[in-house]
Write a protein of this length. Structure first.
Length: 383
């Protein structure tokens, strides 16, 4: 019985096949150079371009718009598979699909031809979702970047921070305040790399996910055409938040993928490592650690699969997405930590893969809303 079969969820054949394809791609194309890219902070341009050509940067784009039309369940399984082999590549894929989903939902026919169709075909490589600013993280409504109307369209001014994949992205969805539409009005704008006045700031020197090309963006009176506005003027925050719940499911899937890889490493190390005349797996403490980790991982799987399935059924999942993301990201932290502990001193050395996973895992509790934000969302649903 496969791992997916043990979960008890009916998994369609196309979703299974997509996951198997991503597992093969990850093993063959991502895993071999992951440690070196982590060490040098090199962006995985070759792998991202290959994934883009496969349609993986905008997986949920419908077939009539030149996309693969992947279900939410299939998408989550693809993300989990990629995360096992390189979490940096995986998180760039998640950010790109977040932007791609917004384009698929909000674009007019003309905008689809300009933005969505090239994105689905892989012509933009990775897309980038630019909401966060130096003074606006969890408090997304507090962004300061502004968009002002001009005779030809719009002018953007401001700064974005912690933008995943920004170092190599060619198309950005940028959220900016529109003063002319009211104090709380925010718009979503498509901005192509190379537009005059748009520049890349510093690439963040991060603890983990070091090759994901996270960077600052600067907009100095960037002139963009009228058709660059995605969705209604003033509806940008609603547009962003509408895509957050599905993206939280994706981060839950990535968290599970990282933790599953850590579990494999810890289990195999416990079988092979000898101490006091027997393998580590022979000690009751080791067996209990593995049993607890497997149980916690299965719990996270079930919450993630529930949320993805509900999405495909058209059921609102505000709380369910937060439960999945909270459980999976917290479980990821605990499992990776426990598996590193099983490695002893070796787990602290960069020669061992578990050390990289430990650093990559930490930000999962911050992405797409911190664990504290998720708890608040769940509590509001309960109350």
């Amino acid at each position: 019985m496969t791992q997916l079969d043990r979960m008890g969820f009916p998994i369609p054949d196309d979703a299974r096949e997509l996951r198997e394809m991503m597992l093969r791609f990850g093993a063959e194309e991502c895993a071999p150079g992951a440690a070196e890219r982590d060490r040098t902070h090199a962006f995985p341009a070759k792998q991202i371009d290959a994934l883009a050509r496969l349609g993986a940067m905008a997986m949920k784009t419908p077939e009539e718009d030149f996309g693969p039309g992947v279900s939410n369940l299939g998408y989550a399984l693809a993300i989990e598979a990629l995360a096992r082999h390189d979490a940096s590549i995986c998180v760039v894929t998640v950010a790109s699909n977040l932007a791609g989903a917004i384009l698929a939902q909000q674009c007019t026919s003309e905008q689809k031809r300009r933005y969505l169709h090239p994105a689905a075909k892989g012509e933009f490589g990775a897309l980038s979702f630019a909401l966060t600013e130096p003074g606006a993280g969890s408090d997304a409504a507090n962004i300061k970047t502004t968009a002002r109307r001009t005779a030809a369209g719009w002018s953007l001014t401001g700064t974005k921070q912690w933008i995943t994949g920004a170092s190599n992205a060619k198309l950005f969805l940028v959220f900016a305040r529109i003063p002319d539409e009211g104090d709380r009005a925010i718009g979503c704008f498509a901005v192509e790399a190379g537009t005059p006045g748009f520049s890349l700031g510093r690439i963040e020197d991060k603890m983990g996910l070091t090759s994901s090309g996270t960077a600052m963006l600067h907009f100095d009176g960037v002139e963009i055409p009228e058709h660059a506005l995605i969705g209604a003027p003033g509806a940008g925050l609603k547009v962003a938040l509408s895509a957050i719940a599905p993206s939280r499911v994706a981060i839950a899937a990535e968290s599970i993928g990282i933790a599953e890889r850590a579990f494999e490493l810890g289990r195999d190390y416990a079988r092979e490592r000898q101490a006091f005349g027997q393998p580590l797996a022979g000690f009751q403490n080791t067996r209990f650690i593995l049993a607890d980790a497997r149980t916690q991982l299965d719990q996270a799987w079930l919450l993630m699969l529930r949320a993805a399935t509900m999405l495909d059924q058209g059921v609102p999942i505000r709380a369910e997405a937060s439960m999945a993301k909270l459980a999976a990201s917290e479980t990821c932290g605990r499992v990776v930590d426990a598996m590193l502990q099983l490695h002893g001193g070796n787990g602290y050395a960069r020669d061992y893969e578990i050390e990289r996973l430990y650093r990559d895992a930490r930000v999962m509790r911050i992405f797409e809303g911190t664990s504290e934000v998720q708890r608040d969302v769940i509590a509001r649903d309960i109350l």
